[in-house]
Design a protein around this ligand. Sequence first.
Ligand code: SAM
Length: 168
Amino acid sequence: MVRENEVREGEVAIDPPPATDAGLVFIGRIATPWTSRLTTPRQGWADGPICRIEIFEPWRQAIGGIEKYERLEVLYWLHLSRRDLVRQSPAKNGTTYGTFALRSPVRPNPIGTSIATLVGVEGATILVRGLDCLDGTPLIDLKPDRTLFKPIAPPQSGDFETEISNQA
Ligand code: SAM
């Protein structure tokens, strides 16, 4: 359901700091075992090492309910990436591909995404497996894995998953 300025019953709104650049604001930081891009995995895997996603204030209240999900979509800013290549040769063999045909960290806006397995929540820190980013990588957003939403059956009033899957 599309909304504009509505704050619904029970919801909490905060005053976010001013956005910069394209309007992104980093909402947390990801602690991982990797300190070099050369040894960071190209993609995470479901039983990879536990990584700790620390959520900053004033977004900590936004964690509530996340523990209901087995998997999270994690969006992060690959902050050390160069951003100027439009064709790339991943195998370093002269065969090139357009940047948009690759999951390379090198892209105009270096956003990384992973589906991570939720391990637990410790206060303002969310523990997951399945990431592939450097220690200290800034966090952009977290969402429940969309494949876990049930198909929309006839809506049941008060049904948590149905209510939130109907929201835009
Ligand atoms: N899973 C994400 C995706 O598909 O959007 C990222 C994939 S990207 C191929 C992962 C690689 O990005 C790592 O192997 C590492 O070389 C690089 N990388 C990880 N964290 C980074 C960071 N904070 N800044 C720049 N490069 C990073």
